[in-house]
Design a protein around this ligand. Structure first.
Ligand code: PLP
Length: 362
C-alpha cells in the first residue's frame, strides 16, 4: 500500500517539537497575533527571500486580500488559468472583478503565454499566475506582457512553497504573492492558514490593514476591512515545520526523478516536464493517460492512493457556466479527463515509488 498523503506519519516524526510548540502557545495565551505569528512572518519572508510577509486566515483569503490591496480599476477583467483549484478564480469574483479563463501548457501545466496574449482586452487589469503543482510559471514572459499592457500580476503560490524561477523564489517576483498552508500543502498547518508576500511596502501595509478590520491601531479603523488573521497555534506549528521544508522538498524531488526516469519512455503516459529554469517542488506529480479508467483500476488494484487535480476544468464547472467560456480545443478544457496525480511526498521512499511504477505496469 502507498498512501497519497500521510500527515500522521509526518506528525510522528516531529511530535516532540510540535506538542511543545502548541503547549507554549496555550500557556502564553498568544492565540491572536503575538510572538509566534511575528516570528513565523519573519522566518517565512526570509525563507521566501522577500521583504514582507503577512499571515492571514487561508490561501483563498490571501488571494482576495491581495487583489483588493492592488486597488485595480473596478469591474475589470483578471486572467486566471483554466486548470487550477477554484480558489484562484473565486477570489477574483469575490473581490469584484470578472474572471477570464486562459489555457495551460500541456508540458508543465502552467499558464500558456500564447493564449494569455489572446485573452488580454482593454478591460484587463491583472493576471493570476498559478505556480501549479509546484512548477513556476514563465515569469519573465508574464512580466514582459504585463508591463506592455499596464497589468498587475499576482502569484498564486499555494502549491509552490520554496519553488524557484531562474534561481529566484516565487512569490515576490511579481507585484504580490499568496500562499496557502492548508494541511495537505507542502508546508501545511494544523488547520486553515495562509500568507501574503511582497517587496512593496505600501501593498504590505494595505494587506495587513484589510486582513485586520482596516486598522493599524486597536480602534482606529481607517477603512472597512475584514477578519482574516493567521492564529498563534497555526503559526507555532508552521514555525516548527518550516525548518523541515527543504528536506521534505528534496524527498519529493527524489520520488519525482524516479518517476520521470521510469515513466519517461512510455508512449501511453505523458509525464510532466520540468523546464530547465525551474526548481519544481512537486506538490503534485500529475501524469496524463488517454484511458484514465484503466490506469486508475491498476492503481486501486495495487492499493496505491491517487488524486485527480482537477477533474473538471474551472470554466466547465456549474459555478462558471454563466461566463460561457467554453473552448472546444483548449488543452485545459479537453484534458481534465486524462489527469492522474500519483502519490508523492516526504512520507514515501524509493521502494514506495517502485510499487507505483510496478502497479502502472511500465
Ligand atoms: C489550496 C489552493 C488555494 C486555496 O488555499 P486555501 O488555504 O485552501 O484557501 C488557492 N490556490 C491554489 C492553486 C490552491 O491549490
Amino acid at each position: 500500500m502507498v498512501k497519497f498523503l500521510d500527515l500522521h506519519k509526518q506528525y510522528k516524526g516531529i511530535k516532540t517539537e510540535i506538542d511543545q510548540a502548541i503547549q507554549t502557545v496555550i500557556s502564553e495565551s498568544s492565540f491572536i497575533g503575538g510572538p509566534h505569528v511575528a516570528s513565523f512572518e519573519k522566518s517565512f519572508s526570509s525563507y521566501q527571500n522577500c521583504s514582507f510577509c503577512i499571515g492571514v486566515g487561508n490561501g483563498t483569503d490571501a488571494l482576495e486580500i491581495a487583489i483588493e490591496a492592488l486597488d485595480l480599476e473596478p469591474g475589470g477583467e483578471i486572467i486566471v488559468p483554466a486548470n487550477s483549484f477554484i480558489a484562484s478564480a473565486e477570489a477574483v469574483t469575490r473581490a469584484g472583478y470578472r474572471v477570464v479563463f486562459c489555457d495551460c501548457n500541456p508540458n508543465d501545466y502552467t499558464i500558456s503565454i500564447e493564449d494569455l496574449k489572446k485573452r488580454i482586452s482593454s478591460s484587463t487589469v491583472a493576471i493570476i499566475a498559478v505556480h501549479l503543482y509546484g512548477h513556476p510559471c514563465d515569469m519573465d514572459l508574464i512580466l514582459e506582457i504585463s508591463k506592455e499592457h499596464g497589468l498587475r500580476v499576482i502569484e498564486d503560490c499555494a502549491q509552490a512553497h520554496g519553488a524557484e524561477y531562474k534561481g529566484q523564489k516565487v512569490g515576490a517576483i511579481a507585484d504580490i504573492g499568496t500562499f496557502s498552508f492548508y494541511p495537505g500543502k507542502n508546508l501545511g498547518a494544523y488547520g486553515d492558514a495562509g500568507a501574503i508576500v511582497t517587496n512593496d511596502k505600501d501593498l504590505a501595509r494595505s494587506c495587513r490593514m484589510i486582513a485586520n478590520h482596516g486598522r493599524e491601531e486597536k480602534y482606529s479603523h481607517q477603512l472597512e476591512g475584514r477578519n482574516s488573521r493567521l492564529d498563534g497555534l497555526q503559526a507555532a506549528v508552521l514555525n516548527v515545520k518550516l525548518k523541515y521544508l527543504d528536506k521534505w522538498t528534496e524527498k519529493r524531488l527524489l520520488i519525482a526523478d524516479f518517476y520521470l526516469e521510469h515513466l519517461g519512455n512510455n508512449g501511453e503516459i505523458y509525464s510532466p516536464v520540468r523546464r530547465k529554469w525551474a526548481k519544481q517542488v512537486y506538490h503534485l506529480f500529475v501524469i496524463r493517460h488517454s484511458n484514465r479508467e484503466l490506469l486508475l483500476r491498476k492503481l486501486r488494484d495495487s492499493n496505491i492512493g491517487y488524486g485527480i487535480h482537477y477533474p473538471i476544468a474551472l470554466p466547465k464547472l456549474k459555478a462558471y457556466r454563466y461566463l460561457n467560456q467554453h473552448e472546444e480545443n483548449g488543452f485545459a478544457w479537453r484534458s481534465d479527463n486524462q489527469l492522474v496525480s500519483l502519490p508523492i511526498g516526504e512520507h514515501m521512499d524509493i521502494g514506495d515509488a517502485m510499487k507505483v511504477i510496478e502497479a502502472l505496469g511500465t
